[in-house]
Design a protein around this ligand. Structure first.
Ligand SMILES: [Zn+2]
Ligand SMILES: [Zn+2]
Length: 214
């Protein structure tokens, strides 16, 4: 039997906000506009980049160098040995040979990207079993991928993550009941969650319940 690797943890160097903050650039809860707003982008990406920058410093590699690209390939090839944050950043530096997009995030039809994407989640299952990754960190990882490669997702999934991400960033998670509730609200287009600021999912839930138009 293959020896089970102890998975390294990730995303813990960067000090995450403990409440939902408003983005000074776009005015939305920070993280919502990952794709459109540089400050929202950084608020999420810095969690990942802190780990990456620590790695390249340790390896004495400078940012933007050829060695950094080489390291990215090594991390991607040997992803069992690295944290989820390092693997994700490595993938931003690797182009898919088939479709030319970011590996794992290219064209929806690209089988190489599909394979690279599906290959990622074994880490999460094992790391969560080992107590190395929290459910919130898993959500963060999924959410970033949805927002970053939104062309690969259904419109409502993207909507749902734009709503959730700022709250997840502040270390909250919806209960299963709440997650199902918000999914229904978004699918049925019953309530506009896109312009609201909530500190947690309970607050959002109560607002929707009290103000929904039947
Ligand atoms: Zn913003
Ligand atoms: Zn591809």
């Amino acid at each position: 039997m293959r020896e089970r690797l102890k998975r390294p943890s990730g995303g813990r160097l960067y000090q995450r906000p403990d409440k939902v903050e408003i983005c000074r650039s776009c005015g939305a809860p920070i993280g919502r506009n990952y794709k459109e707003c540089k400050s929202c982008y950084n608020a999420i990406e810095n969690i990942w980049l802190s780990d990456w920058n620590e790695l390249i410093q340790k390896e004495n590699i400078s940012q933007g160098s050829e060695e950094e690209k080489l390291l990215a390939h090594i991390v991607f090839e040997q992803q069992d040995r690295y944290s989820w944050t390092l693997v994700d950043i490595a993938m931003t530096m690797i182009h898919c040979d088939t479709c030319g997009g970011e590996i794992g995030g290219g064209e929806l039809e690209c089988l190489d990207c599909k394979f690279a994407f599906e290959n990622l989640w074994g880490y999460d299952v094992e790391a969560m079993n080992q107590g190395i990754m929290t459910e919130n960190e898993h959500a963060l990882r999924v959410g970033r991928r949805v927002l970053r490669h939104s062309h690969r997702q259904k419109k409502n999934i993207v909507k749902s993550w734009k709503f959730s991400m700022p709250i997840v960033l502040a270390n909250e998670l919806p209960s299963n009941r709440q997650a199902g509730f918000f999914k229904k609200i978004i699918d049925e287009n019953k309530f506009d969650l896109s312009s609201k600021v909530y500190q947690n999912f309970e607050e959002a839930y109560i607002d929707v319940i009290n103000n929904i138009k039947e």
